[in-house]
Every structure is written in C-alpha cells, then in structure tokens.
Design a protein around this ligand. Structure first.
Ligand code: GLN
Length: 313
C-alpha cells in the first residue's frame, strides 16, 4: 500500500492543527517548576516518512523538554547492548496500570520495576547504560538521542536545574529499587543521568525524525545510519503500545491502535511501522500526564490516514 501523497499529508496536518489549536483543556505539568511556565498555547505537529520526507505545521520547531520520551531512546540503547531477553529479565515489560511515578507500583509489582516507561523501570534502564564513568554513560545516552534525531541536541539547563532540585521522589524510588536489588551501584548517579536525559531539548520535527527511525526498522531515514538493531524494533514498539501513555495506554491503543510515547513536556510521538511517524507538541496535559491537543491531533491524523496497525494496510 503506497504512502499517502504529499498533498494528503499536508492537508491532514493543517486540518488537525486547525481543529485542535483552540482546544483549551488540561494544564502544564506543575510539579517541575520550569515546565509550569511554558506558553500553553504552543502547538506543533510533524510527520516524517521512512523515505525521509518531512511535513510540519504550527510551532513544530519550537524546543521543549523531551521528558519521558527519552525513556524510549534509552530503552533502545540498552536493548542494543543487552538484547531483548535480558532487558525483559532485568527490567520487565508488564504494564503497571498505575501512574508513572507510583511508589505503590514499586511495592506491589513482583519485579518492582514493571517496565522501562514507568520511572522505576526507566531509572533502572538508565542504570544499565554501559560506560566506565558518568561522562561516558552520558555520552552514550545523548549520542543515542542525537543519532535518532540526526542533529546535536542541547540540554535545557533551566529544566535540568529545576528537575534536579525537585526530584526527591525519583531518588526515593531509586533507593527503594536498590533495597530490592533491582538497581545496583551508584543509584543516585543513575537518577542524575535520568534527570539529564529528561532535560534534553527537542522539537516536534526532531521527534518525528526520531519516531521515523523506529518506523524505518531502526535506520534513521535522514542519515541512513542504523541506530537500533532491526530485531529489537518489534519489542520496542510492543513496549510503546502497552506502556507508552502511562496508565492511559489501554485507551490509546483502543482508540488509535499505534505504538506511542508521551512526555510531561507536552511531546507525543506515534509510530506507523514501515511507513511514518507522527509527532506533536502542546504543553497542557490531562490527568495522566499526556498532552491533550497532542493526543487529539494524532488520533485525528491516524484515523484519517487509516494508520491503525490493527487494521493493517
Ligand atoms: N522527569 C520526569 C519525571 O521523572 C519525566 C516524567 C514524564 O515525562 N512522565 O518525573
């Protein structure tokens, strides 16, 4: 089945933008002070195909904090390192059904880490990144995100500072994981790397390129460089489908039928395997921590273009 034409992509992006730009529901994340003050009217959407064609509308090049979407790229890095079986053993893949930063989940879920997209599993995953020093591990993490985006990505120092000053909850989760033997070594060092990875600044356009790398079986369609082992792609997309929008992942899969990943900075990406990725940015979030306009826009685009993976092409 051929890709939609450039005219179709352009039209559906315009329609989605106009339909939802005035939707004023939700509110910015406020538990991270630097995110609370981002202009809530910002709204951008981008689509990048496996051929490397880019379509965009609105503030698609406006920088925002990647936040939890970084978990997707660190997962890809660590799965490349360890393989899917080992990742499943060391971190887990089961949905927690609880909020992304739930301490209850750490206590109640048998393996304590649940999956790589809740904070517990994400920090454990970051703790598995290879490297002899913090700097080496950070270079691996940032280098991976940059290979996905095909450009160098800055850390938003204000977000990093703001999160570092307010991340005692994440430190608590990491200490609990240490007590359960689910994290080892310098766990607070891993929390710092995790906080830094969340503060990387990207745009909706970057995010669509990053998603398109997953759509394109792990090869970045702009650089033609392999970023993820091909055999890991279905595992990564499955984790996205089950856990990508936290405890709202079930509803998302039910309505949209695409592997997705959100972040509390207002970013959201959905992958249409072997075809394209759709990314959106809009800061106001619903009660689960997912971008309100982002979800609506991607749902509209996916249904208009017939992208649901459970329908097929
Ligand atoms: N840095 C944020 C946190 O750990 C990321 C969470 C998110 O985007 N859901 O709380």
């Amino acid at each position: 089945c051929p890709l939609p034409t450039p005219e179709e992509f352009t039209r559906v992006l315009q329609e989605a933008y106009l339909r939802y730009k005035d939707l004023n529901e939700g509110k910015n994340a406020d538990y991270i002070p630097a995110l609370a003050k981002v202009d809530p009217s910002l709204f951008g959407i981008a689509i990048v195909t496996v051929k490397g064609d880019v379509y965009e509308v609105g503030q698609s090049q406006h920088p925002f904090a990647i936040e939890s979407i970084s978990k997707l790229f660190v997962l890809s890095r660590v799965m490349n390192q360890l393989g899917a079986d080992e990742l499943e053993k060391r971190v887990g893949v089961e949905p927690s059904g609880m909020p992304f930063n739930s301490v209850l989940a750490v206590e109640l879920i048998p393996n304590h880490t649940a999956n790589p997209f809740v904070n517990a599993g994400a920090m454990a995953t970051t703790g598995l990144v290879r490297g002899g020093t913090q700097d080496e591990r950070w270079a691996e993490i940032l280098g991976t995100m940059e290979a996905f985006a095909n450009r160098s990505l800055p850390v938003d120092q204000e977000v990093y500072r703001s999160e570092s000053e307010t991340n005692s909850h994440n430190k608590g989760i990491a200490q609990l994981l240490l007590s359960y033997g689910r994290m080892q070594g310098d766990v607070l060092g891993a929390v710092d790397l995790y906080t830094r990875q969340c503060s990387v600044s990207i745009s909706a356009r970057d995010l669509a390129v990053m998603g398109a790398t997953l759509a394109n079986e792990g090869v970045n369609p702009l650089s033609s460089k392999r970023v993820v082992a091909r055999e890991n792609i279905p595992h990564i997309l499955a984790v996205m489908m089950m856990n990508g929008l936290y405890d709202a992942s079930g509803g998302w899969a039910f309505r949209v039928g695409l592997p997705g990943k959100s972040g509390v900075g207002g970013g959201l990406v959905a992958v249409v395997p072997n075809r394209y990725a759709i990314a959106a940015f809009s800061p106001p979030l619903d009660a689960y921590g997912n971008s309100v306009r982002g979800q609506r826009a991607i749902e509209y685009i996916a249904s208009t273009l017939g992208a649901n993976v459970f329908i097929g092409t």
